[in-house]
Design a protein around this ligand. Structure first.
Ligand SMILES: [Zn+2]
Length: 348
C-alpha cells in the first residue's frame, strides 16, 4: 500500500485497510499520525500544503517523517510545531544527519532522576525491581551484594542471592561506606580543603561517586577513607614488583589513578574491579603501576590480551592513563567518572 513516494501513499491511507492487511498496530499508529499531520484538518492549510510538497520533492522516507513527528510531539503549540517541521523538511539529509538536526532543534527535556522504587509485571515467573536513591547509599549496597561472590560463576544470580538474604534478615544490614573508597585529591586542592577554602572543589572517589571539599571535611570519615594525593609531576607512587599479583598498595593506587573501569560507557567503580595486567603477565608484562589497570569482571574477559588479535579492543597505557583503544587503534576515554584520569586532576 506504500507505493510511490511515502507522502503520496499516505494521502490514501486507510486505517482499517492497513490493519486488515496485517500491519502491526505500531506501524498503523505511526501512519495515522503522519496522515493527520499532512492530510488531516488544519487551520494552517497553506503551510500544510508546503509540508507535503517539501516531503514529496525531497522524497523523505517513512522512517524520517515519523522521527520528525515523534520529536515534534514534545512541542505544545501547533504553530511552533509547523515552523520546525518546515525547517526540517527544507533540508534533505540522510537518517543520521536528520536525526542530529532533530535533536538540535527539538532537544529532549533533561529528565532529572527522582528517588523511587519501581516493580515490573511478572515474566516467566520473574519480576524486576529498580530503585533510585542517593549514590552513596547505592554504592554501599552494590559493594555489600558483591561480597563473597564466585568470580568463576555468572555474577547476576549470586547478586540476587545476596540481595535476598539481605532482605530475609540474614545479612545484618548494609553498613555505611563499606567499600572504604579512596578519595582522589590533587595536592594543591588538598591544602586548600584543609584550610577550609575548598568548598567548590569536587573530589572523585574510587567507588565512582564524587563529593565536594566541604562534604569531605564534614563527613569525618577518619580512618575509613584513604586519601590518595597526586603530585602533578610524580603521579602516584610507582612500586616496582616482580610478583605476579599486585600488592595492596599497588591495587589501591591503580584504582586511584583510574576510579572506574576504563572501557567507554562502563559504570563499574574501581573498588569492584579486578586488577588487570595491561601487558599480560604471560607475555612478560610486569606488576608495576604503569602496567596495571582496574577492569570490571566482564571487560577483563573481553579485553583483547593479544594486541595482534584485536576484536573488542584493549586497554593500553596512554600517557600514564589506562585507556581503551579500538581494534583500529583509536584511544577513547571513559567519560563516566569525572575523575577517571590523572589528566583530569591536572589538565595541562
Ligand atoms: Zn567494565
Amino acid at each position: 500500500m506504500l507505493r510511490g513516494t511515502t507522502i503520496d501513499a499516505l494521502e490514501g491511507y486507510d486505517r482499517g485497510q492497513a490493519l486488515a492487511a496485517g500491519f502491526s498496530s505500531a506501524k498503523v499508529k505511526d501512519w495515522a499520525l503522519l496522515h493527520d499531520v499532512y492530510f488531516g484538518p488544519t487551520q494552517a492549510v497553506k503551510q500544510q500544503a508546503t509540508a507535503v510538497r517539501l516531503a514529496r520533492e525531497a522524497a523523505f522516507t517513512f522512517d524520517q517523517l515519523v522521527m520528525i513527528e515523534r520529536a515534534l510531539k514534545r512541542i505544545r503549540r501547533s504553530r511552533t510545531r509547523m515552523k520546525l517541521r518546515l525547517r526540517l523538511l527544507r533540508q534533505k539529509r540522510n537518517y543520521r544527519t536528520l536525526s542530529a538536526l532533530v535533536r538540535e532543534l527539538v532537544p529532549k527535556p533533561a529528565r532529572k532522576p527522582v528517588k523511587r522504587v519501581a516493580f515490573s509485571k511478572s515474566r516467566d515467573g520473574l519480576r524486576t525491581v529498580t530503585a533510585t536513591a542517593d549514590e552513596r547509599d547505592v554504592a554501599d549496597l552494590e559493594h555489600h551484594l558483591n561480597q563473597g561472590i564466585d568470580p568463576e560463576q555468572p555474577a547476576g544470580p549470586q547478586l540476587v542471592e545476596n540481595l535476598l538474604s539481605l532482605m530475609r534478615g540474614e545479612g545484618g544490614g548494609v553498613a555505611r561506606a563499606v567499600p572504604r573508597p579512596m578519595i582522589l585529591v590533587p595536592l594543591p586542592e588538598y591544602v586548600r580543603i584543609l584550610d577550609g577554602e575548598g568548598d567548590d572543589v569536587v573530589l572523585g572517589l574510587t567507588d565512582a561517586t564524587t563529593m565536594t571539599g566541604a562534604e569531605f571535611l564534614q563527613a569525618n570519615y577518619g580512618e575509613q577513607l584513604e586519601v590518595a594525593a597526586f603530585h602533578p609531576q610524580a603521579g602516584p607512587v610507582n612500586l616496582y614488583r616482580t610478583e605476579r599479583l599486585a600488592n595492596r598498595k599497588q591495587r589501591n593506587l591503580a584504582r586511584a589513578a583510574m576510579p572506574v573501569c576504563p572501557f567507554p560507557g562502563c559504570r563499574q567503580g574501581a573498588d569492584l574491579c579486578e586488577i588487570h595486567h595491561i601487558e599480560a603477565w604471560s607475555r612478560g608484562g610486569e606488576t608495576n603501576l604503569a602496567n596495571l589497570s582496574p577492569l570490571c569482571r566482564y571487560h577483563n574477559r573481553v579485553n583483547d590480551d593479544d594486541p595482534g588479535r584485536a576484536r573488542r579492543g584493549r586497554i593500553e597505557n596512554v600517557a600514564g592513563i589506562p585507556t581503551w583503544c579500538s581494534p583500529g587503534g583509536y584511544a577513547v576515554a571513559n567519560p563516566y567518572h569525572p575523575f577517571a584520569a590523572m589528566r583530569t586532576l591536572f589538565p595541562q
